[in-house]
Design a protein around this ligand. Structure first.
Ligand SMILES: [Zn+2]
Length: 355
């Protein structure tokens, strides 16, 4: 009797030991947050100080005519590298490159630039619908949102073309009109479906309040939490709208921060004007939802030598000194430029939790 008890106990201990082992292993694999760069996946804390919406190259010729043949990568790099390095001198470690496919996206270019600069680059999947769908391929009109999502999910799973490089987020764009067109409803629906499958965050070139909330509502109906959505060009929304969206969890991206000596301080789009918006969001306790960028660059293949290139340093040289003057702490600045991008671009499915 006693011998049987001991054997039973040993067997029980072995089972418990194995069970705990399985639980520990599965917990470890489940909680592995990451961010995807053109050089592979990294831990969120590795991306450091991040510019969350910039461009190296934009080709405005249209979806029917663009392609890699339109630019010489070495020439683009020669032009862009000094600007990227100037941002690096100011502590930038990661660039989120927001040029979508059919508008000049080139992961090979970003990879090379990453190797030469030591900066991490993140590219995207998705289509740019703003400007009346000029940058959307014809194949888009023959397919439903589900199939479109399939194309983007495939880029996430298998890489872009044959490059093996994977997108780190979804970039779409809608026109600023009050109601979304059927095409742009298809874009945000496909983005939502792609998010649910992949965990990629959706950055949508949006502008005013109405198209922002129209998109957020479509996402909600799909079960996607607003924290999966970045309202790009939110500086064109109302303060009331921005605050309402941020309270729901939406990321508020204030873009086009650029020093404009031609503007009076406080005039719309001046550095003061951006600083005031950020300070108001701080007063509302919403700094943890704020992202900022220059939306700057870029090499334009249609122009001689790529045209005028706007740099990526005004946030550091012009905006931050004004924010500090207004009472913002270094910790709060780090939150906007480092912690928030880490959280916003972590690849994780954000579903609405229903009770
Ligand atoms: Zn942009």
């Amino acid at each position: 009797m006693k011998k049987d008890d001991t054997t039973l106990k040993i067997i029980l201990y072995i089972i418990l030991f194995l069970l705990f082992g399985i639980i520990i292993i599965s917990c470890k694999t489940e909680s592995k947050d990451y961010i995807m760069t053109v050089s592979g996946s990294v831990q969120p804390e590795e991306i450091g100080r991040t510019l969350e919406h910039e461009h190296i190259l934009v080709d405005f010729i249209g979806a029917d005519s663009t392609g890699y043949f339109r630019w010489n990568r070495d020439e683009v790099i020669e032009k862009a590298l000094p600007y990227v390095l100037a941002a690096k001198e100011r502590g930038v470690r990661t660039f989120i490159e927001c040029t979508p496919a059919y508008l000049g996206r080139d992961p090979y270019l970003l990879k090379e630039l990453s190797e030469q600069s030591g900066i991490l680059f993140i590219t995207n999947t998705g289509y740019y619908g703003a400007r009346n769908n000029l940058f959307i391929p014809r194949s888009f009109y023959d397919i439903e949102a589900e199939e479109l999502a399939g194309i983007w999910i495939s880029e996430f799973e298998n890489g872009i073309e044959e490059s093996g490089m994977k997108p780190g987020f979804i970039k779409i764009a809608v026109d600023p009109s009050d109601t979304l067109s059927p095409e742009h409803r298809k874009l945000i629906t496909a983005a939502g479906l792609t998010h649910l499958e992949t965990g990629l965050t959706i950055a949508s070139h949006t502008g005013p309040d109405n198209p922002a909330f129209a998109q957020i509502n479509i996402l909600k109906k799909l079960g996607v939490d607003p924290s999966a959505f970045i309202w790009v060009h939110a500086q064109r929304g109302t303060m009331e709208g921005i605050i309402r969206a941020a309270k729901e969890g939406t990321w508020i991206s204030l873009d086009n921060v650029r020093a404009r000596p031609d503007l009076e301080p406080g005039e719309p789009n001046s550095i003061e004007w951006y600083a005031d918006k950020i300070m108001e969001l701080k007063r509302e306790g919403l700094l943890h939802r704020v992202l900022i960028s220059h939306d700057s660059g870029w090499y334009d293949p249609a122009k001689p030598d790529g045209g005028t290139f706007n740099g990526y340093t005004d946030i550091f040289d012009s905006l931050i000194p004004v924010l500090i003057e207004k009472g913002m702490s270094q910790q709060e600045i780090d939150q906007i430029l480092t912690t928030n991008p880490q959280k916003a671009f972590t690849i994780i499915v954000r579903k609405i939790i229903t009770n």
